[in-house]
Design a protein around this ligand. Structure first.
Ligand code: HEM
Length: 434
């Protein structure tokens, strides 16, 4: 009963209101409740762009303007928002009194929902172990993992769901290796992730909400046990180092440490799966680019930037004004929220010529905002880029004749955008291992 009341406060009311507002054409209502917007976000962001750099909706603003989005992400006058913190006062009261204490990626102490000084403390701790050098050393491991997964799939003329067999497996294996997650736990973690995927969305239905919470509950309980075990028996993995660094200096309490470690792990596999799936799909649809990449493999890093730009795995973020601020001629009052549509900013014609064109040689593809910006810039961006580049190149080197074998289906998420399944006829494998 308590759970249902919490759902009503956090999601149910917003969901009902959004359906109503969507029918009246309110963009925020449509973003949450209109299935066409999820099916075709590009048409929606183009429509918003026609209405100016910052669009006023019921209770919030939305921007798809690259300059505004970039400024907001870097501004000290805007802060990240903890889920539920901008609800009307009575709903906030209910949410507070029905809090289950479960760690959620959008609630404190998650790094995504706090600002300095806490944010600086958590981020410093992660950066102390997740260094550029440590990530640079992972490239070979990414390649080995990709090859092992493809060896398992084998020289296979059959149709394979590449999301299930490859795109979802590569990131969880890599981040699992880095963080010292035993092989035996990976399947369970993927299952938790599958359930909790929509946890970044608002306006969830009751069944969705139940599934998300089952996923988060399972993940938290597993992670708590895992951290306790590593504390007793540290390994040479980054999670053990994170615990030691916390004990030695940063002094995160148990909840802070678990939220930080959990976010690293979950962000490590929930997002990159979408980069790989989106990339495979886009390249299968553009054989001319595959031919260019086969002839000029040095273009792979730029191709990955272009894939990130056009199909942002994280579509949106949001910030709340800490004080009255003028943005592009609009006064945003303290406490008001701006939805930053990263995927829309990535197609701003003021920055990207012919923005909807897939161009692996685009000179400024890396100006996308898919990894956000400012204080909350993605901590895993270097790893995600390496996984995207190595993961896609290894796949297409092995299966140059791969082709789509069905339409596939999208994940049932709004903030995260990617494929749930993608059937591909692999063709015969070309041996690439010496
Ligand atoms: C293609 C893959 C990825 C994408 C598109 C992505 C995107 C993002 C975005 C947009 C944010 C910031 C959200 C905001 O500003 O509100 C973020 C934050 C974060 N990401 Fe990633 N991410 C990816 C992969 C990864 C990986 C592989 C890891 C970990 C190994 C990771 C760890 C994090 C962490 C810890 C944060 C929080 C940073 C902070 O709040 O200071 N991400 N990511």
């Amino acid at each position: 009963m308590k759970e249902r009341i919490r759902w009503l406060a956090m999601h149910g009311v917003v969901r009902a209101l959004s359906s109503l507002l969507a029918r009246r054409g309110d963009p925020r209502g449509r973003l949450i409740a209109d299935p066409n917007v999820r099916a075709n976000p590009i048409a929606f962001t183009d429509e918003l762009r026609e209405r100016g750099p910052i669009v006023r909706c019921r209770a919030v603003y939305i921007t798809v303007d690259h300059e505004v989005a970039n400024d907001l992400l870097r501004s000290d006058d805007f802060r990240v928002i903890a889920m539920g913190s901008n609800l009307p006062r009575p709903l906030k009261w209910v949410a507070r009194h029905t809090n289950t204490g479960l760690l959620h990626p959008l609630e404190p102490p998650s790094m995504l929902s706090v600002e300095p000084p806490e944010h600086t403390r958590y981020r410093k701790l992660v950066s102390s172990v997740f260094t550029t050098r440590a990530v640079g050393a992972l490239r070979d491991r990414v390649e080995d993992t990709a090859n092992t997964l493809l060896d398992d799939i084998g020289d296979n003329a059959a149709v394979v769901d590449v999301v299930q067999r490859y795109c979802s497996q590569l990131p969880v294996t890599v981040i699992g290796d880095i963080l010292g997650v035993p092989d035996s736990a990976r399947l369970r973690i993927l299952e938790f992730g599958e359930l909790a995927g929509p946890s970044l969305d608002i306006g969830l239905s009751w069944p969705q909400y139940r599934r998300v919470y089952r996923g988060i509950e399972g993940f938290n309980s597993w992670l708590g046990d895992h951290l306790r075990q590593l504390r007793r028996n540290p390994g040479d993995d980054l999670m053990s180092q994170l615990i030691q660094a916390s004990d030695a200096g940063a002094h995160l309490n148990d909840a802070e440490l678990q939220a930080t470690a959990g976010l690293m792990l979950a962000a490590g596999f929930e997002t990159t799966v979408n980069l790989l799936g989106n990339g495979i799909r886009m390249l299968l649809d553009a054989p001319e680019h595959l031919a260019t990449l086969a002839a000029r493999p040095e273009l792979w890093p730029n191709a990955v930037e272009e894939i990130l730009r056009l199909e942002s795995p994280v579509q949106l973020s949001a910030r709340m004004a800490g004080k009255d601020t003028d943005i592009a001629g609009t006064l945003i009052r303290r406490g008001e929220v701006v939805i930053i549509y990263l995927a829309g900013a990535n197609r701003d014609p003021a920055v990207f010529d012919d923005p909807h064109r897939f161009d692996i040689e685009r000179g400024n593809a890396n100006k996308h905002l898919s990894f956000s910006g400012g204080r909350h810039f993605c901590l895993g961006a270097a790893l995600a880029r390496a996984e995207g580049e190595v993961g896609l190149r290894t796949f297409f080197d092995r299966y140059p004749d791969a082709r789509l074998a069905g339409t596939g289906s999208r994940r049932d998420t709004r903030v995260l955008r990617g494929w749930q399944s993608l059937p591909v006829q692999l063709g015969s494998a070309h041996p690439v291992r010496l």
